[in-house]
Design a protein around this ligand. Structure first.
Ligand code: ASP
Ligand code: MG
Length: 401
């Protein structure tokens, strides 16, 4: 097999931890597999490097920033390579550029365009363990670029996709993806297998194990991901396509998002073009609207409720001032939470909505907005009931069993 392993900053946090990683990599190589390792900078290193760049100027030149920040991963890749050589293996450290990771020219948030993997292939053929510096590439203009914070996950998935690897293992310091945030529900269980689409819907649950964008990329490139803990030998969570998940659970997990705000426009003129204008204006300011609910019109008026990220509320307020004429009032509510239940089995099971809303009713929690897809039900509720709702649903769907 060809296995790509990615180790995050905490897993390579110091030289002793890098030695631990070297042992793990070595054991896979000894089983006869080809191994490409992608590494992050040692934890705290990227922050430190970014700190240096801001000493002279709050907005330093992005091209220079990329040259500086990319060194964090280069250090780890060569340290791990040395550690592996010390164990008697052939190993080589490669920068993103050496590894053929080609990106666009947008410094500090470049996108990978392709991976020209001849150099990696050459070393693999000679029996080397290849250790690639994550988070970076070389632009089509020939400059060093970085992929945005947390970007080593993208490097790993892109390389796994290009090499047609059998597996991409993403190592962090947690055991995998859980049925809900264990800080909210201590009975949360580790999920063994989950589909790309469920994982994307449960983004907040995966936040500590991998970058959401890397799940999108894995889905596109059909790369199987396993997230695992580098400090134990537990199985982790497999993220793969739906067809590989035989027993589809009705509910796989419950996510909580406290970063949304609700905007209610009361008695808006019920005529063509209002919604189009409104949402075009928001989109032009790059505001991502999540849920939208419009009530049935009465007497030429209607209500439009929608949610946006809390961080965009200030801009949204200025945009909405242009729409004051066309509605009776515009209200803003920051004290809301979005609770979502996600599961593939919902597609083929009836009664999920009634059980979900029934659970909320039993706890006396009012549902302000609802949105659904074929694998998800999301509800906007009062912020103060957020944790209660998560625990009640976790119990109702027996995710603790
Ligand atoms: N070292 C980079 C960061 O801290 C990339 C990564 O760890 O994935 O964001
Ligand atoms: Mg990371």
């Amino acid at each position: 097999m060809l296995i790509v392993q990615k180790y995050g900053g905490t897993s390579v946090g110091d030289c002793a931890k890098i030695a631990n990683v070297a042992n793990r990599v070595a054991s896979v190589k000894k089983e006869g597999h080809d191994v490409v390792v992608v590494v992050s900078a040692m934890s705290g290193e990227t922050d430190k490097l970014i700190g240096y760049t801001k000493y002279f100027n709050d907005i330093p030149n992005a091209k220079e920033v990329d040259r500086i920040v990319s060194t964090g991963e280069i250090v780890t890749s060569s340290l791990l390579s040395i550690a592996l050589q010390n164990l008697g293996f052939k190993a080589v450290g490669l920068s993103g550029s050496d590894a053929g990771v080609i990106t666009d020219c947008v410094h500090t948030k470049a996108k990978i365009q392709e991976v020209n993997h001849q150099n990696i292939d050459k070393y693999l053929k000679k029996g080397y363990i290849v250790v690639v510096a994550g988070f970076q590439g070389i632009s089509t203009d020939g400059d060093i670029t970085t992929l945005g914070r947390g970007g080593s996950d993208l490097s790993a998935v892109a390389i796994a996709g290009a090499l047609n690897a059998d597996l991409c293992e993403i190592y962090t310091d947690v055991d995998g993806v859980f049925t809900t945030d264990p800080r909210i529900e201590s009975k949360a269980k580790k999920i063994d297998k989950i589909s790309y689409d469920e994982m994307l819907e449960l983004a907040s649950l995966g936040a500590k194990v991998l970058l959401n964008r890397s799940v999108e990329m894995a889905k596109k490139l059909n790369v199987k991901i396993i997230t695992r803990n580098s400090f134990n030998n537990n199985d982790g969570t497999l993220i793969t396509n739906e067809e590989e998940i035989m027993e589809k659970p009705i509910i796989s997990g419950i996510a909580l998002d406290k970063n949304q705000a609700r905007i209610s426009m009361v008695n808006v003129d019920d005529k063509p073009g209002i919604a189009a204008n409104l949402f075009t204006s928001l989109a032009n300011s790059n505001i991502n609207v999540d849920m939208i609910v419009q009530t049935i019109g009465r007497d030429g008026k209607t209500d439009i409720d929608f949610t946006i990220p809390k961080t965009d509320l200030a801009i949204a307020k200025t945009i909405l001032s242009d729409f004051e004429q066309s509605s009776q009032s515009i209200e803003f509510d920051e004290d809301i939470a979005k609770v979502s239940i996600v599961g593939l089995g919902m597609k083929s099971h009836s009664g999920v909505a009634s059980k979900t809303f029934g659970t909320m009713a039993k706890e006396n929690i009012n549902i302000m907005m609802i949105s659904t897809s074929d694998i998800k039900i999301s509800m906007i509720i009062d912020l103060k009931y957020a944790e209660l709702a998560v625990r009640a649903l976790h119990c109702a769907y027996e995710l603790d069993k």
